[in-house]
Design a protein around this ligand. Structure first.
Ligand SMILES: Nc1ncnc2c1ncn2[C@@H]1O[C@H](COP(=O)(O)OS(=O)(=O)O)[C@@H](OP(=O)(O)O)[C@H]1O
Ligand SMILES: Nc1ncnc2c1ncn2[C@@H]1O[C@H](COP(=O)(O)OP(=O)(O)O)[C@@H](O)[C@H]1O
Length: 207
């Protein structure tokens, strides 16, 4: 899959209304909240809970969910390493546009490779990429198995399933880690609260 530019003789077109004007209108700062973790770790649950909480505070967000993007923009991609890389690259580019629009873009994808997540981070000013690691044990994700995919993977009916026979590389320096406390997973509201507190403290919820 080609990721280098093949275009020549192209020029950047600027517009009078830019990111600062849009952010002022929305009274918030655009950013990307990138949620990574195993299947079943709670990425979509957090994304939806966070979007709901931001909405209730009058803040505009948009969720880019891996599963959903694979129904459209990324429907031509599978799960081999180069397809996952292209999946993350495209999503990173879209997330960057949403952040430039002034929105709080919440991307929830397994995004198993550290290098691919770092590529997305490098697309934005560093502070505007907030990596959230759903640090849930494989045993918990597998016990949840809401779609029955772990069961199929264990039975050898899905090949290359993340965490079973395909790698997941946990972040080294993420901004936020969501994990169990005393063997209990925080509720969706608590998980969203942890992210909202971060966004508030860093000034993203004002222009
Ligand atoms: N082989 C394999 N490995 C992992 N996941 C698989 C696979 N096949 C299908 N699925 C389903 O696809 C969802 C993950 O899509 P993503 O776009 O987030 O994956 S990735 O970031 O490109 O790795 C994932 O959704 P979540 O459970 O929400 O993570 C699965 O439902
Ligand atoms: N904080 C939580 N507490 C209890 N159950 C959760 C929590 N987060 C997610 N779940 C449940 O775990 C399952 C997987 O969550 P989901 O958000 O779909 O994960 P992912 O998007 O990472 O695959 C779902 O059935 C969901 O209801």
């Amino acid at each position: 899959m080609a990721t280098l530019s093949n275009s020549t003789n192209i020029f950047w077109q600027d517009c009078q209304i830019g990111r600062p004007e849009r952010q002022k209108l929305l009274n918030q700062k655009g950013c990307v909240v990138w949620i990574t973790g195993l299947s079943g770790s709670g990425k979509s649950t957090l994304a939806c809970s966070l979007s709901r909480e931001l909405h209730s505070r009058g803040k505009l967000s948009y969720v880019l969910d891996g599963d959903n993007l694979r129904h459209g923009l990324n429907k031509d991609l599978g799960f081999k390493a180069e397809d996952r890389t292209e999946n993350i690259r495209r999503t990173g580019e879209v997330a960057k546009l949403f952040a430039d629009a002034g929105l709080i873009c919440v991307a929830s994808l397994i995004s198993p490779y550290r290098r691919d997540r770092d590529t997305c981070r490098a697309m934005l000013p560093d502070a505007n990429f907030i990596e959230v690691f759903m640090n849930m044990p494989l045993e918990l994700c597998e016990a949840r198995d809401p779609k029955g995919l772990y069961k199929l993977a264990r039975a050898g009916k899905i090949k290359g399933f993340t965490g079973i026979d395909d790698p997941y590389e946990p972040p080294i320096n993420c901004e936020i880690e969501i994990k169990q406390e005393n063997g209990n997973c925080p509720t969706p509201t608590m998980m969203a609260g942890q992210v909202v507190t971060y966004l508030e403290n860093k000034g993203f919820l004002e222009s």
